[in-house]
Design a protein around this ligand. Sequence first.
Ligand code: FES
Length: 102
Amino acid sequence: MAKFNKVAQKSDIENGKMKEYKIDGKTLVIANVDGEYLAFDGICTHAYCALAGGFLDSYTLTCYCHGGQFDIKSGEVLSLPPPAPINVYPVKIEDDDILIKL
Ligand code: FES
């Protein structure tokens, strides 16, 4: 059964920034949007570019490769070309720790 895993600390990720993590063979990104931490797949569904290298504007992430956009709260595609959404993951905060349920 999926459980929450400690992945990072809040102090690791500044407001408006994101970071990539490798967990259990998955590439994930954690983003900090005004103190809210969101976790999602780190690889674009279009041509597999690393989403941590993209641009974050509130909850909209733009992939640096071809400009595809995702809503990082829902994983939905906001702008093509990505053919499919990304997975998003539940986040729990315990003191300074960020835990992700995979
Ligand atoms: S790889 Fe992300 S939009 Fe093409």
